[in-house]
Ligand binder design. Sequence first.
Ligand SMILES: NC(=O)c1ccc[n+]([C@@H]2O[C@H](COP(=O)([O-])OP(=O)(O)OC[C@H]3O[C@@H](n4cnc5c(N)ncnc54)[C@H](OP(=O)(O)O)[C@@H]3O)[C@@H](O)[C@H]2O)c1
Length: 336
Amino acid sequence: MKGHLRGQEPPEIGFLAMSEVTKRILVTGGTGLVGRAIEKVVADGEGRPDEEWIFVSSRDADLTSSSETKALFERHKPTHVIHLAAMVGGLFKNIRSNLDFWRTNIHINDNVLHTAHESGVQKVVSCLSTCIFPDKTTYPIDETMIHNGPPHSSNFGYSYAKRMIDVQNRGYSEQHGRRFTAVIPTNVFGPHDNFNIEDGHVLPGLIHKVYLAKQSGSALTVWGTGKPRRQFIYSLDLARLFLWVLREYDEVEPIILSVGEEDEVSIREAAEAIAEAMEFRGELVFDTTKSDGQFKKTASNAKLRRYLPGFQFTPFRKAVKETCAWFNANYASARK
Ligand SMILES: NC(=O)c1ccc[n+]([C@@H]2O[C@H](COP(=O)([O-])OP(=O)(O)OC[C@H]3O[C@@H](n4cnc5c(N)ncnc54)[C@H](OP(=O)(O)O)[C@@H]3O)[C@@H](O)[C@H]2O)c1
C-alpha cells in the first residue's frame, strides 16, 4: 500500500517513509459513502508515500461547533482537507427539513473553511452537488450556472448552503490568496451508502426495497413515475477523481464530476438494473402519488474531459451489481 492511513502504518514502509510525509490530508465526513470510497481507493494502492490520510466523522468532532472544529484541526494539523461532512438526504427528507439542511450545512461549512484558512491549510476540496443548480435552466448544466436562479423548491435549504461554499471559496481566494475549491458530483452510489428507504437517495433506497420485496415475494413499488432522469456516479470512480482534484486541479472555480450526458438513465431503468442485479423477478409498480422531484439535471462533463480525456468510468450496471452484492453481504451492518 502506498500512503498511510492514520493508525495503520504499512508494514513495508517504516520510520524512513514516515519521515517523508509532507501532506497530512484530513477527510471530514470520512465515514460516509464518499469518505469510505476514498479510504478504500487510498488503501488499495492510490495513496502516495508522502501522504498521510486522516478520516474523521462526527464522533471526532461535531463540525457545527466552531470550538470542536478548531480542536480537531489543532489535533491533526492538516496541510490539505477534503471536506465531505454534511447533512445529506434524499428528496423526501429534504422536503421535510429544509431549514435544518440550511442551518446545519452553513455552520459546518463556515467552521471548516474558516478554520482551514486560519490554520494555514494549503488546499481544501469541498463537495457541492448537481442538485443545487437552478431549477429553471438550459441543459446541459455547466460549472458557470450555479448561481443563475433559484434551486428546486424541494431542497432549497441544502442547495443554498452548498452554493455558499463556492461564494466562500471565491472570497478566500480574492482576499487571502487561498486555493480552496469544490467538486460537483452527480448522484453518488456505492458500498456504505445510506440505504434508508424514507431518508436516503433514490438508488440505495431502491436496492433496499428490492431486497425486501424479494424476501416477501411482493411487487416493487417505485416512488414517482419512473420518468425523471439522472446521471449516477459510482463512489469508487468519484474517489479516484477526488484524488486527482486534490493533487492536480488548480482552479478555484468548481468542476463537475460526472459520467457523460449519454449515460443518463431514467429512474425506471435504474430500478430495472437493480432488479436484474438482485435477481428480482416480481412486478414493478409506480406510485404516481409521490413526488418526482426535478425531472432532470443533466450535467456536462466537458470540463473534466478537457483535463482527463481518458478517464474510464465503471459501467453503470457493473457498479450497480457490485453495490447490490455489498448490500446483500453487509445487510446486518449497512445504514438503513
Ligand atoms: N450521496 C450523494 O449522492 C451526493 C451527491 C452529491 C454530493 N454529495 C456530497 O458529498 C459529500 C459526502 O456525502 P455522502 O453521501 O458520503 O454523505 P454521508 O454518507 O451521509 O456521510 C456524511 C458524513 O458527514 C459526517 N457528518 C455529518 N454531520 C456531521 C457533523 N455535524 N460533524 C461532523 N461530521 C458530520 C458523517 O459522520 P457520522 O458518520 O459520524 O454521522 C459522515 O461521515 C457531502 O458533502 C454531500 O453533500 C453527495
